[in-house]
Design a protein around this ligand. Structure first.
Ligand code: NDP
Length: 280
């Protein structure tokens, strides 16, 4: 099964479908990653905060798939926004992931911490891209005003913005801004951690097409042009989530699913304007 790629604004191509490892216990991560790679996934999404970067690399090594054939994304932890700490944290991620990182993100903008200064942090990612430690750089959970500030005060436009998106939370204003500024959208919690799978609109479409609710929702993301990396530790679900390229959704079905958007009430995760969690 061939996964399409999305061309980023720096000319690099990312597989549109990947595998997320948030909330996979470090002791189970290498096996889950190996299973995903055996099934054909070639894009992994980890983070310093998940505590499983080294185990993610171990899964790649165990799979026998050359490291160069796998796209790995990681993210700067919330405790390391101060520039010198960010430099060191990037070195730490590079060591754990076995060399230059395909894509590195500021995990959260944290506008209520560090004097609201995520600009200096972004400049450290720019430096690390320039010296080759990071191949592509981007952000996560940035609102429109955060992106506008980067555009005014820095030179490199983020390659992606990784944000919460699923049928109950379309995050449309941020998606629109990203679309207008050539910033790729990565949709996190693409099936809302399972919460959308019992929705009658989704189960109806799934029944009509002979697909699972998760496949219908993931296909909706793919057809909207977003990048997704569902997480599962269940091999049959990992396989199901990878089988998205032998069917399409009709315009009416895409519209029915998009109409489930509840705006901010549909969020399952923290709000980027107030998120201030710093792991101890
Ligand atoms: P997902 O929307 O991917 O949902 C994962 C949950 O759904 C798990 O409980 C899994 O169960 C279950 N599941 C997976 N596939 C199926 C299926 N086919 N049928 C039924 N249930 C299924 O949630 P995540 O929050 O993990 O998001 C995906 C990725 O996004 C993360 O792993 C991470 O990489 C990224 N992320 C980024 C954030 C950020 O701030 N930048 C925040 C949150 C996530 P089980 O494992 O038991 O099979």
């Amino acid at each position: 099964m061939s996964v399409p790629t999305i061309m980023l604004n720096d000319g690099r191509e990312i597989p549109q479908l990947g595998f997320g490892v948030f909330q996979i216990d470090p002791t189970e991560t290498a096996q889950a990653v190996k299973t995903a790679l055996d099934l054909g996934y070639r894009h992994l999404d980890t983070a310093q905060m998940y505590g499983n970067e080294a185990e993610t690399l171990q899964g790649v090594l165990d799979s026998g798939v050359p490291r160069g054939e796998v796209w790995i994304t990681s993210k700067l932890n919330n405790g390391f926004h101060e520039p010198d700490e960010a430099r060191q944290a990037i070195d730490d991620s590079v060591a754990k992931l076995g060399g230059p990182i395909d894509l590195y993100l500021i995990h959260w903008p944290l506008p209520t911490l560090y004097g609201g200064d995520f600009v200096s942090t972004w400049k450290v990612l720019e430096e690390a891209r320039a010296d080759g430690r990071l191949k592509s750089i981007g952000v996560s959970n940035f609102q429109v005003n955060h992106l506008q500030r980067l555009a005014q005060e820095t030179t490199v436009v983020p390659a992606v913005n990784q944000i919460e998106v699923h049928p109950y939370f379309g995050n449309e204003a941020v998606r629109r801004y990203c679309g207008e500024h050539q910033i790729g959208v990565e949709a996190w919690s693409p099936i809302a951690q399972g919460k959308v799978l019992d929705d009658p609109t989704i189960t109806d479409v799934a029944r009509r097409l002979g697909k699972s609710p998760a496949q219908v929702v993931l296909r909706w993301h793919i057809e909207r042009g977003d990048i997704v990396f569902p997480k599962s530790v269940t091999p049959s679900r990992m396989e199901e989530n990878f089988s998205l390229f032998d069917f399409e959704l009709a315009e009416e079905d895409l519209a029915l699913i998009s109409a489930l958007d509840q705006g901010d009430a549909g969020r399952t995760g923290g709000h980027p304007d107030t998120m201030d969690y710093v792991p101890s």
